[in-house]
Structure formats: C-alpha cells, structure tokens
Design a protein around this ligand. Structure first.
Ligand SMILES: CC(=O)N[C@H]1[C@@H](OP(=O)(O)OP(=O)(O)OC[C@H]2O[C@@H](n3ccc(=O)[nH]c3=O)[C@H](O)[C@@H]2O)O[C@H](CO)[C@@H](O)[C@@H]1O
Ligand SMILES: C=C(OP(=O)(O)O)C(=O)O
Length: 419
C-alpha cells in the first residue's frame, strides 16, 4: 500500500489552488441521472471518489466523457441497469446518492446498503423513510435497498436528524415527483445548496436551499445544463491549518470564504492573522506557535465534523489545552492513537478529546484510518521533528487532489512511496 513520508519542521509558505468540493461533486454527478439530456460538470476534482462514482454510473450504462480540464459530460440516456453493487458502495458511502434519482426517474433501484465504517455506524434509515413518504415501495433484502415507484408524489417530510446525503437523496427524488415536497430540518451545508443550484439549472424548482426548510415543486422533466462545482471548504481549511501548525503563511486561491465562517473564526482564535478576499483566504502565523482552541462539531453553519481531526492535530502543538467535542459521528477519534505515537498529549473521555499542547512532536510510522484522519496525520507530520511515514494513504486520495504536490508547492518535504 502507498505511503506518504514527511520530513517535518519547516514553516510552509506560498499559495495553492483549491479544487472542486468532493461532497458537492458526488451528489451532482448522481443528479445527472435525473436529466433526459447530457449534463456537463466543471471544476471536477481529480479524486478517487470521483473515479468510483464514474465507475458506478458507467456500470449502469451511463455514458461519461472526461476531458483534460476535468469537465465531465454525463449522458444518462444510455442507462440500462439500475443497480449499485456492494463492491463499489462499500468503498464509497456516497454511492447511496444514486438511490433517489433512480427511483424518481426510472421507477426502480437496487442499491447495496453502505454498512458501517471507521467513523461510525452511519445508518440510512432517513433516506429510506423519505423515499417511502414520497410513495416508493422500499424493502431491504440480502443487504440491498430495493425501491420501486410509478411516479413519486410530493409530501411533507420532517427529518429526525440533520443528514446531508439524506437531504440530498430526498431533494433529488422530489424534483420529479408530482406536486410539492417540503423537507423540514433539512441540512444547510453549502454542498446541499450547490446541488440545489445544479438541479435548478437543470430545470428543477427548489426553494429555500441553505435553510432548514426546503420546498421542491416537482416538474415533468429535467434538461441538460453546464454546472461548475463549488470550491472545497474542507480542503481549504486543511491547507490553512498546514500554515497555522507550521507557523507559516498560506494563501488559498479559488476558495469560497463564506462557506468557512466557523472554521475561520477558530483559526483567528489560534492567533493567526487572517485576510479574506472574494475568492481567497490568507493565513499568516508570523512564526508564532498557535494557541489551543476548543471545538465542538455540529451541522452547518456550526463547526464541521470534517475539520475536527485537523484541529485536533493543531491543538497537539499549540500553547495551552484545547477540548475537542465530536457530536456528529460516534467513533471519529481514530487519529488520536496515532497522534499519541508522535508524542501528542491527548486524553479521550467519551466523545471528547482533551489535548494539551506539547512543544515538540517526533516523527514515527503511523497509519491512516479514514479520510480526515489521514489529513490530520499528514498535518502532524509537517510539524513533527524527523520523518513521519503515513501508511494507508489511499484514504486521503478519496478526498484530496494531489495533496503531496500542493504541500510541496508550499515548501513541505513530502513524498509518496508507491505500493
Ligand atoms: C458525501 C458526503 O457529503 N459526506 C458528508 C456527509 O456524510 P453523510 O451524509 O453520510 O452524513 P449525515 O449528515 O447523514 O450524518 C449525520 C448523522 O446522522 C446520522 N444518520 C444519517 C442518516 C440516516 O439515515 N440516519 C442517521 O442516523 C449519521 O449516523 C450521523 O450521526 O455529511 C457528514 C456530516 O457533515 C460529513 O462528515 C461527510 O463528509
Ligand atoms: C466522512 C467523509 O466522507 P464520506 O461521507 O464520503 O465518507 C469526509 O469527507 O470526511
């Protein structure tokens, strides 16, 4: 398995270009199934999850053309299977996002249950309940969700909890339903808004995206369009932390600052000097050690769980004690044991990590367990003295485009060892 080796200790400095958002491009690619014409998607990040989604759509018979500027043309008209197999779904939970579009547009879907993963059990009961409320017959058999419907009918759906992909699945399905659907307690994440914008560009009538109440007036058909994916706020935050943790100065270009309010507020609390433009963010630590910050994760607009591990890494070398509370996923502290191998002083108490900053961590072989844990370990390696070897970096390739190349541009001593 490929590894990343980092020789840490140098402050990073420079600017990097932020890629399109993983959590926006995946639902947007799935939404192309709803159209009756080709859809082109631009600003697509070069990620393993995108390749998996293309393979999934391709196996259904969908035609896909990718150009060298990472624009994908998706032509759903050649689809002849409505099936998402376990071997793909188990590598990428977001595969569940084909469920809503398939039932709405083709009246049938068979999608493997995603199963649990490192960060928590992650059930999909809300997706199923939402589709049932829209009139679909749904059964779970032999590890597959099997759904059928003639034409979905609009309904009022109150989500039991805020779920990002759950909201997206139901919102996509409701675009082609007969009548109006109201989703209450909807996710407000920028990626949900991006998906709604893309669907509206295809002719959908979605109101309220970005609020907790979505109103979707069903239409007869969705047509083709071109849509550019929004910049990745989690990648942006991760690179800003790379600057903060090393005492350096990093500017992220092609960013969407308005999607990062809670993260930027925390970075400011670390003592970083922040400058923000329309589409860029600059963090300057001026050689100083960051101050520890308390973080508690919650749905948007609160602090994102996908930035929790990276802030845990930052606190490891910060001045003072930072308390990290994870409220979204029940098992998202797998990185803590690996950080301890680098010399971090962390005490775990249930869903809370109490991190006492140390003046120096030292490099060691460590293992990535999930996507953001991998990013956190790379960040820790940037500041630890000596060499840190991060194993199982296939996790990082799911969600970060060319991470070692981008960090290299900022002056990091980082290289990938092939399998
Ligand atoms: C592809 C994608 O967009 N992934 C993001 C999405 O994941 P994902 O959409 O899977 O996460 P959810 O928002 O659904 O999960 C939030 C919480 O709700 C629970 N839940 C969810 C659905 C359901 O039917 N039943 C249920 O109990 C989950 O177990 C979790 O505790 O949002 C997460 C929370 O911001 C992010 O960490 C992921 O990066
Ligand atoms: C948990 C994440 O992704 P996914 O939902 O695709 O597993 C993530 O992006 O941090």
């Amino acid at each position: 398995m490929a590894k990343i080796v980092i020789s840490g200790g140098d402050p990073l400095s420079g600017e990097i270009q932020i890629s399109g958002a993983k959590n926006a491009v995946l639902p947007i690619l799935a939404s192309c199934l709803l159209a009756d014409e080709p859809v082109t998607i631009g600003n697509v990040p070069h990620l393993h999850d995108v390749t998996t989604t293309m393979e999934l759509l391709g196996r259904m018979g969908v035609s896909l053309v990718l150009d060298d500027r990472m624009t994908i043309e998706v032509d759903p008209r050649t689809i002849d299977r409505f099936f998402a197999p376990y071997d793909l779904v188990k590598t990428m939970r977001a595969s569940i996002l084909v469920l809503g579009p398939l039932v709405a547009r083709y009246g049938q879907a068979e999608v493997s249950l995603p199963g649990g993963c490192q960060i928590g059990s992650r059930p999909v009961d809300q997706h199923i309940r939402g589709l049932q409320a829209l009139g679909a017959d749904v059964v779970v058999e032999n590890g597959y969700i099997k759904a059928r419907a003639k034409r979905l009918k609009g309904a009022r759906i109150v989500m039991d909890m805020v779920t990002v992909t759950g909201t997206e699945n139901i919102m996509m399905a409701a675009t082609l339903a007969e009548g109006t659907t109201v989703i209450e307690n909807a996710a407000q994440e920028p990626e949900v808004v991006d998906l709604a914008n893309c669907l509206n560009a295809m002719g959908a009538q979605i109101e309220g995206a970005g609020s907790a109440n979505l109103v979707i007036h069903g239409v007869e058909r969705l047509h083709g369009c071109h849509y550019d994916v929004l910049p990745d706020r989690i990648e942006t935050g991760t690179f800003l932390i790379a600057g903060a943790i090393t005492g350096g100065k990093v500017r992220t270009r092609n960013a969407r600052p308005a999607t990062l309010d809670s993260v930027l507020a925390k970075l400011e609390q670390t003592g970083a000097h922040m400058n923000v433009g329309d589409d860029w963010i600059e963090l300057d630590m001026r050689g100083n050690r960051p101050r520890a910050v308390d973080v508690s994760t919650a749905p948007y607009p609160a602090f994102p769980t996908d930035m929790q591990a990276q802030f845990t890494a930052l606190n490891c070398v910060a001045e003072g004690v930072g308390v990290i509370t994870e409220t979204v996923f029940e098992n998202r502290f797998m990185h803590v044991h690996e950080l301890q191998r680098l010399g971090a002083d962390i005490r775990l108490e249930g869903n809370t990590a109490i991190v006492k900053g140390v003046t120096q961590m030292s490099g060691a072989p460590i293992m990535a367990t999930d996507l953001r844990a991998s990013a956190c370990l790379v960040l820790a390696g940037l500041v630890a003295g000596g060499d840190t070897t991060v194993d199982r970096v296939y996790h990082i390739d799911r969600g970060y485009e060319n991470i070692e190349e981008k960090l290299g541009t900022l002056g990091a001593k980082i290289r990938r060892l092939p399998n």
